[in-house]
Design a binder for this molecule. Sequence first.
Ligand SMILES: Nc1ncnc2c1ncn2[C@@H]1O[C@H](COP(=O)(O)OP(=O)(O)OP(=O)(O)O)[C@@H](O)[C@H]1O
Ligand SMILES: [Mg+2]
Length: 230
Amino acid sequence: MRQKTASGIPGLDNVLFGGLPQGNTTIVEGGPGTGKTTLGIQFLLEGIKKHNEPGIFITFEEFPDQIYEDMNLFDWDLRKLEKENKLRVIGLSPEVLMHQMVKPDGLFEEMIKEIGSKRIVIDSISLLKYLNGNERKNFCTLRNVLRKHGLTSILLQEQSGLTSGTASVEHFVFDGYIRLAMKARFHTLRKRTIEVLKMRGTRITEGEHRYRILDNGLFVQKSSLLSRIM
Ligand SMILES: Nc1ncnc2c1ncn2[C@@H]1O[C@H](COP(=O)(O)OP(=O)(O)OP(=O)(O)O)[C@@H](O)[C@H]1O
Ligand SMILES: [Mg+2]
């Protein structure tokens, strides 16, 4: 069986029978405020703090300062980890990333080698769709480069309400597909759900599981079969 990489999200590794298969590229998709960025940072912190696996966070739309500030909410001191060369938070454009990824000895490879990165998060891949007008090629290139470097990857993707439930090319290209959703169920509290729709290389516990965002980030409550079909 493939070696597993702990996700850092309490409860999620139960759903994945031990974690993400090492080297997998996984899309985590969700609407606004579903906790995508938080989940991505939690995944990197797990690697840094518990497994001696440095990580890279690439952001297309925010400045790194905004990420540091947002994540301070959770008492996560990302600047300190950067100084210790365990983390890199990089803001760049999709064009530059793709260019540097395919270039031999490009900045991307240099960055991975510099800190010995084992994990990467890209926030978000939604913009890659529109690059060069060939989304399938962009996604395949990205997947192949990430695999080549042996990185276990979380690729965040924004979901608009309209596209919910429809399969797009990226869902086929990448190894894993996890969906975060918010459902109006209770008068006072929306129900947040997480579902693993696909994960090459491992068994999964099918169906929607509830999750919450608390002071330590996301945590998943793996639900019983009965509560999943009700
Ligand atoms: N302690 C907490 N308890 C409950 N909710 C919290 C707590 N701390 C932060 N949050 C909320 O968690 C949400 C997660 O934000 P995050 O930025 O990870 O979501 P996102 O999916 O990346 O959003 P976006 O689509 O805007 O990028 C925020 O709306 C924030 O208000
Ligand atoms: Mg975000």
